[in-house]
Design a protein around this ligand. Structure first.
Ligand SMILES: [Zn+2]
Length: 346
């Protein structure tokens, strides 16, 4: 079958489109096999190409976490979907037997993994995953939207709803509004009645964010201190919540924007992973700094319900073919995208 693969870690020169990848077989009674219609990219794909410490790949390694497709085969223990169902995929794979899984908090699973990083991914024609990781959706679902939704929406939902508990009294600062998680966070925070502040290095992206409902627009870049900007525009009070997925480049400014009793929630570090925090400001302002990753079964059910109801829809930046999907990763790496980079498969 066709797939976008890597044989070794490095830069995007390692990407290799192949047509001779062996089709995966069901390996557990509760597995399903999905014939993919579309996949979508996330920063995790770039991290996987570069290499994640402690994570081994077996060449040819298939990239991709997000996807939508049609169930092609089911194991004898599968009860919730049947062959022919259109399904969206939750890319977070958990063991379902450890104490975290049994308490319904799958992303804390001791064996947690993500499609495309710890298991063969979705930038191909067929993927095998546990039944618990798929949800039936209408066959009329646009493949591009269905593929682009899951990882970003699930991540943003857990960050904003479960972790930061954003509500109508909140002022939320969201970094890098061109990104998929940031755009989902914007939609979720708006729906919960919060006032939203978004940043971008591009005026064009800020204008597009205004059309998505962002209240306050902030241009970030060299020589600009977003923390100072936010304090100046809030009478020194700052915001109550910061959604930061950028890491090293933004952390100090995020804390500078955060008011007393503020909450900072992070799910990634696209610019770097090591950050500096002045502990005196942390305790004096009584901040809460929290991590978040992916989402649980219940959170996935919640975002799928929002998707089917039409209340949460991903913004699509561009659609690429599987044969040219290396171009799609280059688009993501460039940072020029506004929304999700999608790969159409069938
Ligand atoms: Zn587990």
């Amino acid at each position: 079958m066709r797939a976008l693969t890597i044989d070794a870690h490095g830069g995007l020169e390692q990407l290799r489109f192949r047509e001779d990848v062996v089709e995966p077989m069901l390996s557990a009674p509760t597995d399903v096999r999905v014939r993919l219609r579309a996949a979508a990219l996330n920063h995790i794909d770039l991290w996987t190409v570069r290499g994640v410490p402690g994570v081994q790949i077996v060449p040819p390694w298939i990239l991709g976490a997000d996807g939508i497709g049609v169930v092609d085969a089911v194991g004898p223990g599968v009860t919730r979907v049947t062959v022919g169902d259109t399904v969206m995929i939750n890319p977070g794979i958990s063991c379902r037997t450890c104490e975290y899984c049994l308490s319904g908090d799958n992303p804390l699973c001791l064996k947690f993994g993500v499609l495309g990083e710890h298991r063969p991914g979705t930038l191909t024609e067929l993927v095998v995953i546990p039944e618990a990781n798929v949800r039936s959706v209408p066959a009329t679902t646009p493949p591009e939207s269905g593929a682009a939704f899951s990882l970003a929406a699930l991540t943003a939902w857990r960050m904003c709803v479960t972790r930061a508990r954003v509500g109508p009294d909140d002022e939320v600062l969201i970094w890098g509004i061109g990104g998929g998680v940031a755009q989902m966070a914007l939609a979720i925070c708006k729906a919960r009645g919060a006032r939203t502040w978004v940043t971008s290095g591009s005026d064009e992206k800020l204008e597009r964010a205004r059309a998505l409902g962002a209240d306050m627009l902030l241009r970030h870049g060299p020589g600009i201190d977003i923390g100072r900007e936010v304090r100046a525009q809030t009478g020194k009070r700052g915001v109550t919540v910061v959604v930061d997925t950028v890491g090293t480049a933004t952390w100090t400014q995020s804390l500078g924007a955060l008011g007393r009793r503020g909450r900072l929630v992070t799910s990634g570090g696209t610019s770097g992973h090591v950050v500096e925090t002045d502990v005196r400001r942390l305790f004096w302002n009584q901040w809460t700094i929290m991590g978040s990753t992916m989402g649980s079964d219940a959170e996935y059910d919640a975002v799928i319900a929002e998707f089917i109801a039409g209340r949460l829809t991903p913004v699509i930046d561009s659609v690429h073919t599987l044969e040219r999907s290396a171009d799609a990763l280059a688009r993501l790496e460039s940072g020029k995208q506004f929304g999700k980079v999608v790969v159409r498969i069938s």
